[in-house]
Design a protein around this ligand. Sequence first.
Ligand code: NAD
Length: 260
Amino acid sequence: MTDILDRFRLDGQVAVVTGAGRGIGEGIALGLAQAGADVVLAARRTQEIEEVADKIRALGRKALAVTTDVMQLDQVQRLAQTALDSFGRLDCWVSNAGGADDRVPRTLLEMPERQWDFQLNLNLKAVWSGAQAAALIMKKNGGGTIINISSAASGKASPFNGPYAVAKTGVDNLTQTLSSELARYNIRVNGVSPGPIPTEVFLEFLKLEEKDIPTLGKKFGIPLGRVGDPDDISPAVVFLASSASSWMTGETIVIKGGHT
Ligand code: NAD
């Protein structure tokens, strides 16, 4: 019988993580590498992903930083092909890049068209284009896993953050449809939906500072008493990339400290 913890190992796998330069994406990339995967890191800021690549190499895994704007379809396609060309395979694709453009809270009434388009392109369209680029390679190579980072904002009213919630609600639906269309190619598609995690974009959007972090659990009424950390998310991604979840597709795991 296979050891239970061995079923979570990712040795020999090649994973792509978008938005891997900091925050949740960096945590996911490091988690996948600790579980044994080689990792291709994508984001627009080259220096950030180069620094994360160095941390992964220090863990004894291979890493490649590929400067990518996930809102450009051709760059997403090039990212998938670069992973295949550089490491000879593509097993796992994590669509994590997301967030806001100018990080200004607005009602839908005040929303300029540009902000609507930006949010939907970054948070929803790029998840589709990433899945398409990855799956076209995976289906020729025996399968793989696609993991979409959603948000606890999905599926409910989100005043001052409307387009983001619309996009993340769409991500959950995309996860379901992709899972159903890609199962025949042995490609599993799942999601992870985090609650509040005080990353750069989060603090800026809510006009908070690092020093506020210890008080945020209480401020947001989170039953487990604290906000999240990227390390709370990466174990779920490792699980979804691994054979431990081999009978699971089309699901989104919610991780939010009991927050409602
Ligand atoms: P972050 O701003 O700390 O990091 C975002 C990463 O995405 C960075 O590496 C950035 O360079 C990259 N990125 C942004 N736009 C990009 C683009 N066009 N092309 C390529 N890369 C791009 O954000 P985070 O808080 O770590 O969020 C990561 C994901 O988690 C997002 O999808 C976000 O919606 C989701 N999420 C975050 C929280 C939270 O509270 N922080 C909660 C729920 C969901």
